[in-house]
Design a protein around this ligand. Structure first.
Ligand SMILES: Cc1cc2nc3c(=O)[nH]c(=O)nc-3n(C[C@H](O)[C@H](O)[C@H](O)COP(=O)(O)OP(=O)(O)OC[C@H]3O[C@@H](n4cnc5c(N)ncnc54)[C@H](O)[C@@H]3O)c2cc1C
Length: 361
């Protein structure tokens, strides 16, 4: 590949996820010429898993980002579908605000903010190599374009050499059908940076029309919302639509299906060796680790205002597709219908859950 020089910049940010967007906005707002690289301009500030912002241990972070002049809290207030103050029965220090967000609207707002910030350019290009120079760094894209930066921020999230695993099926992929970032991992290794492999999972998204909400527990948010951001107009926040979430439960039948198929889970077959985050165990992990529990709580949450997709929080799994479907049909409110037509139509999985393994620094 022929390399060609494009431009100098003061700051280059590799990755336009939540971390990269904040870093790039901060750099540009401080008056530094900033370039923000992303694999896809259509996935800026994407939420590849639950479209929620904040929660235990994270709500405080959103307030801190806001106090530092960041964007996340302000944008979250504009896309709130439901908000709840978690841990409100405990002391004030652990109260944690959690917002169920409209994910597409959030992305749109963040992309517009980036595009309208002076001194900041969003570039769709995959960086395959970062070279340390005597002064600064050279960033090389897949197509050979070279950028020189005085400073580089790497915020590549879950994309580095990532793999998707659904039961016995595996492929090279980033989240949400984005392609994995190939090459940059080797570049870091050459620079002597130690890399580790991580894993995370996500549950299936369910067609709202196929769920029997009448048998689920309805869960509304706070009647009066408090904003994340000091910049938010309370009237605007009050005018946001307030959507309910729902509570469902696994049962003995779900647990039996999981136990009967546990050897097909890549988490237990040895296919996945990566370390998972503590906050997000798969449903098979919960069933194996807590054999005495007869049920586990699940939350059925909207992905957006008007979106047909519902997120099934707590049902993250690495099981093969056929097992996931069987598990899903065992839940009250998610059963198959009796007649043949409904049998095909009853549960439609918009996206099947998968475990993604990726390298991180
Ligand atoms: C399946 C799954 C489940 C998850 N579950 C949860 C959860 O329950 N709770 C939670 O808080 N988080 C969860 N996460 C993690 C979630 O991804 C992060 O919280 C959040 O997205 C991290 O933001 P980030 O900015 O670090 O990275 P990301 O959002 O991953 O963004 C990375 C950015 O880097 C860009 N990029 C990567 N490599 C290159 C390159 N070489 N060149 C140019 N651009 C590049 C990408 O295009 C993207 O814009 C989950 C992730 C996945 C994939």
């Amino acid at each position: 590949m022929n390399e060609y020089f494009v431009m100098n910049t003061e700051i280059a940010v590799v990755g336009a996820g939540h971390a990269g967007v904040e870093a790039a906005l901060a750099g540009a707002r401080l008056g530094c010429r900033t370039l923000l690289f992303t694999i896809s301009n259509d996935a800026v500030a994407n939420m590849p898993c639950n479209p929620s912002i904040g929660g235990t241990g994270k709500g405080q972070l959103v307030y801190e980002i806001d106090a530092l002049g960041g964007e996340m809290g302000r944008a979250a207030d504009k896309v709130t579908l439901q908000d709840r103050m978690l841990n409100s029965s405990k002391g004030a220090a652990v109260h944690s605000k959690r917002v169920q967000a409209d994910r597409r609207l959030y992305q749109e707002i963040m992309k517009k903010t980036v595009e309208h910030t002076a001194g900041l350019s969003l570039i769709q290009a995959e960086i395959k190599e970062i070279r340390k120079e005597t002064k600064g760094f050279t960033l090389v894209t897949m197509l050979g374009a070279c950028y020189h930066a005085d400073a580089v921020v790497v915020s590549t999230g879950t994309y580095l050499d990532s793999r998707i695993i659904v039961g016995e099926y595996t492929c090279r992929s980033g989240p949400d059908g984005m392609h994995a970032a190939i090459g940059l991992t080797d570049s870091f290794l050459k620079m002597g940076i130690k890399m580790l492999r991580f894993k995370t999972g996500t549950p299936p998204r369910i067609d709202a029309r196929s769920i029997d909400f009448s048998v689920l527990e309805r869960q509304d948010g706070e009647r009066v919302s408090t904003p994340y951001s000091v910049m938010t107009d309370q009237k605007e926040l009050d005018a946001r639509p307030k959507l309910p979430c729902y509570v469902a439960y696994t049962n003995e039948k779900t647990h039996e299906i999981i136990r009967a198929n546990i050897s097909r889970s890549p988490l237990y077959s040895g296919e996945i060796k990566g370390v998972g985050p503590r906050y997000c165990p798969s449903i098979e992990d919960k069933v194996v680790r807590f054999p005495d529990k007869t049920r586990h709580q699940l939350f059925v949450e909207p992905m957006g205002d008007g979106s047909g997709e519902m997120y099934l929080q707590g049902f993250s799994s690495s099981m093969p597709a056929d097992v996931q479907l069987e598990m899903l049909h065992s839940l009250v409110g998610f059963e198959r219908g009796d007649d043949a037509e409904r049998l095909c139509d009853r549960i439609r999985l918009h996206r099947l859950n998968a475990v993604i393994c990726n390298f991180g620094i």
